[in-house]
Design a protein around this ligand. Structure first.
Ligand SMILES: [Fe+2]
Ligand SMILES: [Fe+2]
Length: 354
């Protein structure tokens, strides 16, 4: 966020009009007085996303977990392997949302010089905090030992390595004295934005898949509903960072070099590899029809969509092996409004789908 430097100047030297300031507005390195002038807008996409986020309001306490609590206690409802996969997925998504909450507040926001974009990221950070709270609701209602879930990364080397990789990808701009304003740092910031697309659009999507597959087999429906709410939020976060990335590409076209495009394409491929290693370690030979092979196909399909969304060529050209997931995640998972076809508008506090 921009600093309030205007107030360090002499009053008589404040000779810039508001339109001077707004016309020079950019996502990063723009003119800004730090007073959040969000009217008129320079980046209307951010306001549209912000408005949708408000309509999508929800709270985890209103999701019914009763059936899940019964199922978890019923020895015939879930196999030991399914329980293990559930816990490992929960551990990963809870760690991931924790990382993202801090990343947005500590790393991202302080570089942004567009107030409307800042507002959307602040709302996103609130939603990530809500997701952190959702996972604690799941942990508590199912009677898990929090140490087992939150602390799994200390005992599971694969989870430790995965968290470490995610953190290094989004934390490239975490140094306290990091500041955009030169070519190298601006590219680093843009790479961190793409890191956000990978986090929101690839990692979460594969973790969510487990909960949807369980639900499809009539297992843990409350958890899946919680994940659907979270997924709807993540869709908007993904959209926000796709727009941010594409707008920076326009505002500072010199950053989008061939070398840089190759680098970030490689980041996407590395993320898929990490996700596959992790996924395979969770599901072994397979669980409820999810196998290492169709997981790989799914990740390639999802990753191709993310690459296309920022103007990069697809790598694999895979088809979605789980077309039914559209019912859970809605449409093409980003181009279409979440839950389109079932509901068009939400009002604050509404948790019903129709
Ligand atoms: Fe989240
Ligand atoms: Fe998110």
């Amino acid at each position: 966020m921009a600093s309030l430097d205007m107030f360090k100047k002499d009053f008589t030297s404040l000779n810039k009009s508001n339109s001077d300031i707004i016309n020079k507005r950019k996502i990063i390195n723009g003119e800004d007085d730090g007073l959040m002038q969000v009217s008129p807008l320079k980046h209307p996409f951010a306001n549209e996303i912000f408005q949708t986020m408000i309509k999508n309001n929800w709270v985890p306490q209103e999701v019914q977990m009763n059936r899940d609590i019964e199922m978890w206690k019923d020895n015939d409802a879930l196999s030991e392997q399914e329980k293990e996969v559930y816990k490992r997925s929960l551990a990963f998504v809870s760690n991931l949302d924790g990382i993202q909450t801090n990343n947005l507040v500590q790393n991202m926001l302080r570089q942004i010089t567009s107030p409307e974009v800042s507002l959307a990221i602040v709302r996103q950070a609130y939603e990530e905090a809500l997701h952190v709270h959702s996972y604690s609701t799941m942990i508590e209602s199912l009677g898990f030992d929090p140490e087992e879930i939150y602390g799994m990364y200390k005992k599971d080397l694969k989870l430790y390595n995965k968290n470490k990789y995610v953190l290094s990808a989004v934390g490239k701009i975490a140094a306290y004295d990091f500041k955009t304003g030169n070519f190298k740092n601006d590219q680093m910031f843009l790479e961190a934005c793409v890191g956000n697309i990978i986090l929101e659009g690839i990692y979460f999507y594969s973790a969510f898949l487990i909960f949807y597959i369980l639900k499809r087999n009539n297992k843990m429906p409350g958890s899946a509903e919680m994940i659907q709410f979270i997924n709807r939020d993540e869709d908007m976060h993904l959209k926000l960072f796709i727009e941010i990335t594409n707008t920076i590409k326009e505002e500072q076209a010199e950053l989008w070099t061939e070398e840089f495009r190759e680098k970030i394409t490689q980041n996407f491929k590395d993320a898929v590899d990490h996700e596959l290693t992790w996924g395979a370690s969770c599901i072994g030979n397979g669980i409820l029809g999810l196998t290492p092979n169709n997981l790989e196909e799914y990740l390639h399909f999802v990753c191709d969509m993310r690459l296309s969304s920022i103007g990069l060529p697809k790598v694999w050209g895979s088809k979605n092996p789980f077309p039914w997931i559209d019912e859970m995640t809605q449409g093409s998972m980003i181009e279409v409004n979440f839950f389109e076809g079932k509901v068009k508008e939400y009002s604050t506090g509404t948790l019903k789908w129709d």
